[in-house]
Design a protein around this ligand. Sequence first.
Ligand code: SF4
Length: 239
Amino acid sequence: MSLVQKIPCDSPIVGIQSLTAIDFPGKIAGVFFTRGCPWKCRYCQNPSLSESDLKSSLSRNDIEEFLRSRKEFLDGIVISGGEPTIHSSLCDLLAWVRDYGYSTAIHTNGGFPEMLRCILKKRLVDYIAMDIKAPPAAYDRVTQVHNTGIAVSRSIKIILSSNIDYEFRTTYHPDILSEKELIDTMRAISCAGAKRYFLQRFRTKGVMDQELVQGGDVVTIPQAAINEAQMLFEEFEVR
Ligand code: SF4
């Protein structure tokens, strides 16, 4: 089968970042942004992607041109969003990107464990970065959608039993998570077996929630949480 035949017909990609040195550890990568996410986190930096429709998808020619022309400069492609795992064409997309010789990574909210299981079973990604938004009891409050914590717990187990390189990360804003909830979040993911974990400062760029934006980019991560994380994880950073 030729590469052209393998390109997914219903491309979920609505944007491309041509270069990143921070989203795929050890790789210089491009980022493909997929449309749509059913969750409603207040600190979402890409809310416009949740509302993108099929008409805003990049054409297969545009994507193919990017993959061909960047082959000499990029090691990998990150599929981010929105939420990539809501798209049934994700496996084909990842396989297609890998056929060009790129390493692949996905960024996910972990809300769709069956797709995740499929991707990992077929070894279609080299790296997975998953958000851990809250301790289990507070998950639905942060995502503003019912039953998200249950799916996330399943995704955590799938990732940790896959032997695929990973990171878990939590974005912190004091209006969304209390200090205790942040520490409970870290304890829960550590208890599940996670070794690599990052705390991310809230950033205003792209965020639509004006109450959060008004406070600016200056969010201090509680020192008690940093101290706890340093004890819990083999690899930890604030970023
Ligand atoms: S899960 Fe991610 S993409 Fe979806 S609303 Fe939350 S922050 Fe935005």
